[in-house]
Design a protein around this ligand. Structure first.
Ligand SMILES: [Zn+2]
Length: 191
């Protein structure tokens, strides 16, 4: 029996959203992060039902690395990158949250940064469509679309994964695996 949904990926459901037929697969080298170890997930968008609160691991990483719109999955161009959920912060605040390791050392504490979290910027048209469809976005106090800066830093979130038990009786080392990528916009930085 087909589990294909009538909902269309990229139209009714954001491209980056996970589906119930996309289980976690374990850890392995992943092209989305240049072959680094990452947590993998089955790739069957449109199968089962959409899990709106969960981003798909591979598509999320790809969206951040390649600046793909999380709504439609197509590349965004300079000048058409918008974020509703991100917020302005400063290098000081980012350092205070122990994320400073990702910032250039010469970046001044008062330098403004745009914390997009795990959500790559959207096309303006897609952001507006998402806002009319998504109850979560509609419920946010801040509905303003903010222009995403033309330069950015990508930070990685990782987990320590323990390999599944094997039959060799050799203790296996845990491996660090990337889960999601975080995106920090850096305006006016000539570093
Ligand atoms: Zn789009």
């Amino acid at each position: 029996m087909s589990t294909a949904s009538r909902l269309q990926v990229g139209v009714d459901v954001p491209w980056v959203t996970s589906w119930s037929e996309e289980p976690m697969l374990g850890v392995g080298p992943c092209p989305s992060v240049d072959g680094a170890m990452a947590l993998a997930q089955a790739d069957k968008p449109g199968e089962g039902r959409p899990l709106y609160s969960r981003n798909h691991l591979f598509r999320q990483r790809k969206s951040v690395r390649e600046m793909l719109c999380p709504m439609c999955g197509k590349p965004t161009a300079k000048g058409d990158r918008w974020s509703q959920t991100g917020r302005w912060t400063t290098a000081r605040e980012v350092r205070d949250r122990n994320m400073g390791v990702w910032l250039p050392q010469d970046l001044k504490d008062e330098h403004p940064l745009f914390d997009a979290g795990a959500i790559a910027p959207l096309h303006r048209a897609c952001a507006q469509r998402a806002l009319t469809h998504c109850p979560h976005l509609k419920g946010m106090a801040d509905r303003e679309l903010k222009a995403f800066p033309d330069a950015w830093i990508i930070a990685t979130l990782a987990v320590e994964a323990r390999p599944a038990a094997n039959f060799t009786n050799v203790p296996q080392k845990p491996v660090v695996a990337i889960t999601f990528l975080q995106l920090i916009g850096v305006p006016d930085y000539a570093g």
